[in-house]
Design a protein around this ligand. Sequence first.
Ligand code: GAL
Length: 500
Amino acid sequence: MWLPKILVFSALVGVACCKQNFPPGFKFGAATAAYQVEGAWNVSDKSESIWDVFTHDHPEAIIDRSTGDVACDSYHQWQRDVEIASELGLHFYRFSIAWTRLLPNGFSNYVSEDGKEYYSNLIDALLEKGIEPVVTLYHFDLPQSLQNLGGWTNPLIANWFGEYARVAFSLYGDRVKTWLTINEPIVYCQVSYSTGIHAPGIVSPDFGSLMCSKNAVLAHAKAWRIYDEEFRQKYQGKVSLANLLFWFEPEDENEQEATDLVQQLWSGVYTHPIFSKDGGWPPELEKKLAEKSRQQGYTGSKLPPFTQEEKELVGGTYDFFGLNFYTARTARKAQAGEKVGPWPFIGAPDLDVVMSVRPDWKPQASQLFFSYPRALRLQLSWVKQQYGDIDIFILENGFVGYDADLNDQDRVNFYRDHLEQVLLSIKEDGVKVVGYTAWSMIDNYEWSDGYRSKFGLYAVDFADPQRARRPRASAQYYARVIKQHSLDVHDTNKLTDELY
Ligand code: GAL
């Protein structure tokens, strides 16, 4: 009689344990970005980026009037960063190259020796610890010299970016096998040009944001094609872009159409041309924006069309789908005469869509972010449903707090709840999620929110000239998940000495 009981027991334990395991080969990492951590804004021959100029000229645009001049001082403290990545047991570390550090002119006619060496050392040190470098080429910090020529609204940016990418691929392609061309064009095109709250601080919601969007897609495609034609055979790496998707759901069952439209303006603009079979802009959105432009008295659509040649250049330029995911919104059609709040966080005036959140989505410190873990699973299925059974790499996901507390239970819960949804997506929905990245490895400069918003697994003491880094409870939790390759770990209810 006892034998079957044991069998039943171990079967149950087995099921419980393995349900929580990540597939073999699933990778865990953490991310940062150059302007947010490096500091050293003017060392050696580095030139100014749009964020250097924006924060220096417009301190009032930043909540605590701070700059990224020193930030986490990772330009000098990079060895400590590598140590942290190793303490966490990361499989990969995602960081970005500052265009202005590598190519101070913005153009490829001159490559900085210091810039070249800085990233080379970082890459080598990571590899020595068995940590894969995952490198983003563009994370919001355009050379000001190129901004002076129109920046992302100048169609020539696709060539300038292509040249920059070629330099980076040839310097580091032997050691870097995963590349992200651009990070979150929705943020540096639509958030930036719709509101002016991000560098370069130009408000041009009608044209700036959509011109930038088209040029961003073309720049990504140029860089991908350069890799494909000149480097792939030799280096066998993978290239994609990192898109920030917000999950949208209808406020009620009649609002599906409004929801689909807003999802396409947010996500489709940077995914449909690249990942869909037909290419080009999402057709419904293209129609709606053309109609709206006519109503507003414009002679053509505000959404610049693609030529057939451009469509072909862009189509299929991916090796996986890169997803940054944080939060969600509801959507509904505006009532007649109702004022629609500004795009992109609370409304889409061009689409007459009003956005909101549900009362049970837990607000985080910043009003932008509400925790709704199931949305991550739904978002992953959306990508699969739209673009087929492709590898999806989660490149950012994280929780914002305003206090520097090391005992960050809310963040531990956030990671646990979101990783649970990733497992469900893989196991129940059959979505090919290949990796997960925590944003961020360390507290850093959160754009117009300065140092107020904290996302780090490690806290950084910004009053300390050394910028000391200390692990939070979430670091302990994440390290355990990585080590066990499973969510079946004890939650850290308080900080302990036992770690790593
Ligand atoms: C993303 C961005 C990161 C970081 C994060 C948290 O949009 O790529 O740089 O700021 O959000 O807000």
